[in-house]
Design a protein around this ligand. Structure first.
Ligand code: UDP
Length: 306
């Protein structure tokens, strides 16, 4: 049985990953989370060990890491605007936190680290499809923190034999995302509250929407592989907001109240990614069509709801 620690595991993605690993049966899962955004009550505490702790506290981290076979490192402050307002805080959370984690992996002999990264914030506004060979050019402290994570993973692999890879997540949606501000969760909440959906621009902007079930299957495959370096994880194609709205009309059966406003200043217009490297590296195979994923997500919003 493989022992896996998930940092930040009480959040949206971590909860899905913990369930996925436990259901596969061969994993003993520990979640480390400071509960700043996540909440342990969302975990199946009969199946998962929970430790409240922060990556900036080395002793808490040491206790959580001791005896682990692998770490999935999801804990991070992911809010771009917050990182611009308070870069030092982002640095402490993301850069110092990741450094502490890797140092302790080296010291304790934890052999494998798979960490969450991002394409968008590392690469800036570049023509899609986004891929791993593009030169990094972060435009926010958050993006810089993820580039540093990728740098340290590479260094700890090469210098100390801590095998690691960085997974650059696209726009992830799915059940249990009620607290998220990303567009799918936001639109579903607006619909439930009988509020209009505001589109920034004419709705032609594209994003790469990946169903959380496909993401956690990919993370698991990455843990099991010895892949190193950066990998884009997305659906592999772009979807416009107007296409997303059509799919939402179809799954909700509702005539949505949509209003169009100006494009948001500074926002990337089009971004979607190439996923061939992850396919070749560890068999990443996102299979859920957008409409199926949205149907599952909408069902959760209208039944469980939180
Ligand atoms: N978006 C929108 N209305 C909203 C929220 C988002 O039109 O109320 C658009 C936004 O302009 C972007 C896309 O939805 O093109 C995805 O936004 P999200 O915040 O999920 O992700 P990000 O922009 O960070 O990729």
């Amino acid at each position: 049985m493989k022992k896996v620690l998930i940092t930040g595991g009480a959040g949206f993605i971590g909860r899905h990953l913990a369930d996925h690993l436990v259901r596969h049966g061969d994993y003993r899962v520990t979640v480390l989370d400071n509960e700043s955004l996540g909440d342990r009550r969302h975990l199946d505490l009969d199946a998962v060990r929970f430790i409240k702790g922060d990556l900036r506290d080395r002793e808490q981290l040491r206790a959580a890491l001791t005896g682990q076979d692998a770490v999935v490192h999801l804990a991070a402050d992911t809010r771009v605007m917050d990182s611009i307002e308070d870069p030092a805080n982002n640095f402490e959370n993301n850069v110092v936190g990741t450094f502490n984690l890797l140092e302790l992996c080296r010291e304790l002999g934890v052999p494998r680290v798979v960490a969450a990264s991002t394409g968008g914030a590392i690469l800036g506004d570049v023509p899609p499809p986004v891929h791993e060979e593009m030169a990094p050019r972060p435009t926010s402290p958050y993006g810089a923190s993820k580039l540093m994570l990728e740098g340290y993973l590479s260094a700890y692999s090469a210098a100390f034999g801590v095998s690691g890879c960085a997974l650059r997540f696209s726009n992830i949606y799915g059940p249990r995302s009620f607290h998220k501000g990303s567009v799918v969760a936001h639109f579903f909440k607006q619909i439930l509250a009988d509020q209009p959906l505001v589109v920034y621009g004419d709705g032609s902007q594209t994003r790469d929407y990946l169903f959380v079930g496909d993401l956690v299957a990919g993370i698991t495959d990455a843990v099991e592989s010895d892949a190193e370096g950066a990998y884009q994880l997305g659906s592999g194609h772009g979807t416009t907001i107007n296409q997303l709205l059509d799919a939402m009309r179809s799954v909700t059966g509702l005539d949505l109240d949509v209003r169009y406003e100006d494009f948001r200043a500074g926002e990337v217009r089009d971004t979607w990614c190439r996923i061939e490297k992850a396919r070749a590296g560890f068999g990443f195979d996102p299979a859920t069509p957008l409409e199926d994923g949205l149907r599952t997500t909408w069902r959760w919003f209208t039944t469980a709801g939180r």
